[in-house]
Ligand binder design. Sequence first.
Ligand code: NAG
Ligand code: NAG
Ligand code: NAG
Ligand code: NAG
Ligand code: NAG
Length: 469
Amino acid sequence: MAELKRAPPTSKSRGFYVRMRLLHGYGKHHQRLAQDKKSFFHRYYKWVLWLSLSFYFFCPYLLSHSPKQRLNPLHTGSAGSTHSSRALFESSLSLSNSSSTRSQEPEIDQELRGLKIYVYDLPPKYNSEWLSNERCRTHLFASEVAIHRALLTSDVRTLDPHEADFFFVPVYVSCNFSTTNGFPAIGHARSLLLSAVQLISSEQPFWNRSSGSDHVFVASHDYGACFHAMEDRAVADGVPEFLKKSIILQTFGVNYDHPCQDVEHVVIPPYIPPESLRRTLESSPANSGRRDIWVFFRGKMEVHPKNISGRFYSKAVRSVIWHKYSGDPRFYLRRHRFAGYQSEIARSVFCLCPLGWAPWSPRLAESVALGCVPVVIADGIRLPFQEAVPWPEISLAVAERDAARLGPILDRVAATNLSDIQRNLLRPEVRRALLYHDRVERGDATWHVLRALAGKLDRSRRRSRVYGQ
Ligand SMILES: *[C@@H]1O[C@H](CO)[C@@H](O)[C@H](O)[C@H]1NC(C)=O
Ligand SMILES: *[C@@H]1O[C@H](CO)[C@@H](O)[C@H](O)[C@H]1NC(C)=O
Ligand SMILES: *[C@@H]1O[C@H](CO)[C@@H](O)[C@H](O)[C@H]1NC(C)=O
Ligand SMILES: *[C@@H]1O[C@H](CO)[C@@H](O)[C@H](O)[C@H]1NC(C)=O
Ligand SMILES: *[C@@H]1O[C@H](CO)[C@@H](O)[C@H](O)[C@H]1NC(C)=O
């Protein structure tokens, strides 16, 4: 025991130490009980009777609430897959320095307020099976994979659901890539999520006791919790009834009322693979600060946007930009896909981030990571982690109706405060906040998700039990 107490406070030995102390305590308790029984039986028979009775009632409770026992139904189905998916997760590289990550881990992170999250171990059809397609964990909606992966090795993860504040439900819905256009088909998302909720609510007591209000889901697709890529359909369908009380981590965010964020939620960044950024930074001459492109945009720009049920792609903003500036040599506008576009961002001063079907765009995170000033053209957009990332200091917001005046607007910024914005953009904490890593790093995207959840601890049953007494 003495040696164990002196063991260094790594998370593993801490857990072991606590278990040992519990066992030790129980042992003493039993010895004392036996003695009590022998020598003071007639003086304390009421107490002994009371203790025996409480043991009688308490032991079945302990057995039925042992996490191992309760978890078995879920575990047996997918134990193997968890191991293989973990191996997969851990073998991939991250931008971060693993030695520095490890040295941070034993510290208790005050800002996370002792948060504890239980990660459901769902059968592979809900998550790991999708990873057979390599794109599933690298495409721009892959935050659903990245957050799950980072939670599995995180210090906030608990294996005991009884001590959890929140329950993470890992369902990957954006990896069903259409064979015709390569985009994710998420028509099955609602039914897949519903079936996951039915599974966890029938096998474990945690969903029912809170109606899911301490359960966390990721909705990384265009209209977030509405699980549809087109706004009119998304709005018509609304947030699925069974998810209305839960917490949704979603890329979609606007600063006005919208049915698709009418749910407890956190706005998160889209997924950008750290490896691709590292490759770009390593191979990019812009590392030395030379930016030879003044304004950059590559993406869909329709000359005549199609009128689809009364809606125009990007509300025609992109077409306006194309008409007005495609002939301007200072504007580097391209309408076709190019795998090496990140190197173009690294060479650019301003990177346009106009809305598409939805207001948010992966370009924002890529621009920040590669030091190009994001020019956000999406009225009412609410950007990720607004409490933590000083968006007004590191980006420009241009109203949709001003899209045709981009030239003079950017000229004025260049003449006044461009260098301030560029300097702010170089702050490492800003870039870190928008990137996911295989293991949670203080200040990275998953960490900010955890911090946001720590701000919702009033939803935790454990906390209300502890503090409500
Ligand atoms: C990782 O950290 C070590 C020392 O902490 C440093 O020497 C090394 O350059 C770092 N590597 C990277 C890729 O940042
Ligand atoms: C994938 O998407 C297609 C098209 O929406 C759908 O028919 C199919 O059921 C989905 N696959 C799964 C496994 O959900
Ligand atoms: C939770 O509630 C549902 C619907 O009322 C029920 O079918 C299910 O058995 C309940 N789960 C548990 C673990 O009691
Ligand atoms: C777009 O289509 C809708 C019907 O789908 C129509 O009512 C509307 O007038 C059209 N708008 C334009 C500018 O053509
Ligand atoms: C830069 O100037 C523009 C107006 O020209 C202003 O809207 C913006 O807030 C300024 N940004 C910073 C970081 O000073």
